[in-house]
Every structure is written in C-alpha cells, then in structure tokens.
Design a protein around this ligand. Structure first.
Ligand code: HEC
Ligand code: HEC
Length: 270
C-alpha cells in the first residue's frame, strides 16, 4: 500500500495511506490494552490488508507509516532529503521525537503523526529504529571544488579556535558515528539535510534541550562554513558500520541539554 515509486513526491503521495496505517496500528494497540487478559487478543490490524506482510501488533506494523519517508526499517537513501534513522543512538532519536512533538523542531507532515503519542510510545519507537543494523550505501561524489572540501574537513576535524568553533569530532566522535546514548553521527546523511539542519539552528527553527550547544556552534558558522562542512561530511564513507562510540578521547568542549556527560576513553578503560 505504501510502496510508492521512488521519487521526491513519494511522501506527499503516500502520506494519507501512511497516516491511516499509523492510526490503525495505534487503535490496534489501544484495543489490545482494553480487552480483559482472559479473552483472545482483539487486533484490528490482523483484518487489514497489511496483515499478510506485517506481523499483527508488532512494532513493525506500528512504524509502517514512518517507513514511507524514512525508508524500509528507517534506512533512507542519500539522494534525497530524508534522514536515515536506522541505527542512530536511541536517546538521540527519543529526544528528536520529543522535539517534534513539543515544537522544538517542525516538519508538519511528520509532526501530526506523533502529536498525540506518549513519551513511552515515542521511546519504544526510537529503540526499535536504534536497534536496526543495516549497511550504509557508499556516499555520492562531492559536487564542490577541492578547496571547499578541505575547508569542511578542517572545521570538522579541528574546528577554528580563533572563531570559537570546537572540532565537530570532539562530540560526534573521531569516526563521526556519534556516541551512545544521545549524540548522533554526522555521516550517511544527505548534504541538503545537513545544510538545512545547521541553517535551522542558526535561525532558531531547530532547537534542542537547553543548553542548546548546537545552536551556539551553528551561530559561529558562516553560510560558507556550513556549505563546506555539509559537502565534506556527505562525501565521507561511513566507518565501523556506523556504530556509535561509547567513549570520547577527551571531555566534551561544552555541555549539551538532554545529553549525559560522555565517559572519557582513558578513564573508561581502567
Ligand atoms: C512525510 C514524511 C515523514 C514521515 C511519514 C515521517 N517522517 Fe520522520 N522525518 C521526516 C523529515 C523530512 C525529517 C527531517 C525534518 C527536518 O528538516 O528537521 C524527519 C526527521 C525525523 C527524525 C529525526 C532524525 C534526525 O536525524 O534528527 C526522527 C527520529 C524521525 N523523523 C522519526 C520518525 C518516525 C518514528 C516516524 C513515524 C511515526 C516518522 N519519522 C515519520 C519525514 C517524515
Ligand atoms: C559540544 C558537543 C558538540 C559539538 C562540538 C558539535 N556537536 Fe553537533 N550535536 C551535538 C549534540 C548533543 C547533538 C544532538 C542535539 C539534539 O538533541 O537535537 C548534535 C547534533 C548535530 C546535528 C544533527 C544531526 C541530525 O541527524 O539531525 C548536526 C548536523 C551536527 N550536530 C553538526 C555538527 C557540526 C558540523 C559540528 C562542528 C562544527 C558539531 N556538530 C559540533 C553536540 C555537538
């Protein structure tokens, strides 16, 4: 039902079907919770046309609506705008679902799907996607001159002390695959998505829990910095299967809301 052609129009075309599926999955859950334990589990999903492919009342049926945009199992492709969600740290995904539901981020076509869901429900969906272990496709070839890529690389790897820009790897990890449980990786994301997120932080359209370290960092970046960083990041292959790290080599250069202090590698090894 939601296997629409791969095109940028896909989410728009598929949305009504996707929303209907989520509503169905939600009402199935609600129904399952209200039947007495002794009776056979009532499950409207089992009678729906999706029953043949999706195990009734499983998490997979709950999240069918999400895969219309985020790809099967949340694995998006690099040729569009939709961020992959498969394999990202669970705490990060939970924070984002809360951010969308509570208005710190906005994407109305997605937001209305989750506006009435509870914290627990959002956390369960986040854990489901975080547990997906799927390979990353190779990156697309960069479309910018080598000097721009080099500027991006230096900012990500070293930052710019004179302009108060910390190295991105100081928090996102040397492999840039993020750190459990709440810092996302920076690889395997489309260039347009990266540009848009950094731009949204600069203008205040995207916000995180306070203190919003990324807002402070994004405001230090010029538009040219943002283009350079996004172009370089989007051109990197994903190392280590994209698995988030557990430690950082040094303490984070700033505090970030919703993120526990990450253990430093040397201390953690003891
Ligand atoms: C209509 C398409 C669409 C649907 C359906 C959709 N999303 Fe999204 N989602 C997006 C887009 C686009 C973004 C990025 C929005 C932005 O610019 O910040 C996003 C962002 C996210 C993020 C943040 C990713 C990150 O790296 O920060 C999470 C988590 C997420 N979606 C989960 C879900 C879940 C769970 C569902 C199902 C309940 C869902 N989405 C349904 C389009 C969609
Ligand atoms: C002080 C730690 C820290 C530093 C340094 C840092 N980040 Fe982040 N970054 C975070 C945290 C924490 C988040 C998650 C914020 C949230 O919960 O929304 C994040 C999120 C992001 C995201 C969103 C990813 C997604 O999937 O939507 C991007 C893009 C990003 N950072 C880029 C950068 C870049 C580029 C730099 C270097 C110029 C950088 N970050 C430096 C902590 C940091």
């Amino acid at each position: 039902m939601i296997d629409c052609p791969r095109s940028l129009l896909r989410p728009v075309v598929c949305l009504p079907a996707a929303a209907a599926l989520l509503a169905l999955a939600l009402s199935a859950d609600a129904a399952a919770q209200t039947v007495p334990p002794s009776s056979a589990p009532a499950n409207p999903v089992a009678t729906a046309s999706t029953a043949a492919t999706v195990p009734a009342s499983s998490m997979a049926s709950r999240v069918l609506a999400c895969t219309a945009c985020h790809g099967k199992e949340g694995r998006a492709t690099p040729d569009g705008y939709f961020p992959r969600i498969a394999g990202k740290p669970a705490g990060y995904l939970t924070n984002q679902l809360l951010n969308f539901r509570d208005g710190r981020r906005s994407y109305p076509q997605m937001g209305y799907l989750i506006e009435h869901l509870t914290d627990d429900y959002l956390r369960e969906m986040a854990e489901y996607f975080a547990a997906q272990d799927l390979p990353y496709p190779p990156p697309l070839a960069p479309q910018v001159p080598p000097a721009v890529l080099e500027r991006g690389r230096v900012l990500v790897r070293r930052g710019d002390v004179a302009r108060n820009i910390p190295a991105c790897v100081a928090c996102h990890g040397a492999a840039m695959t993020g750190v459990v449980p709440s810092i996302p990786g920076l690889l395997g994301l489309p260039r347009d998505y990266l540009n848009s997120q950094l731009g949204a932080w600069k203008t205040g359209q995207r916000r995180a829990h306070l203190p919003d370290c990324m807002a402070d960092i994004a405001r230090q970046l010029t538009p040219d910095d943002v283009s350079a960083v996004s172009a370089w990041l989007a051109a990197q292959p994903v190392a280590a299967g994209g698995k988030p790290a557990r430690t950082l080599p040094a303490a984070m250069p700033a505090r970030c809301g919703g993120v526990a202090e990450v253990p430093v590698a040397a201390a953690a090894a003891r």
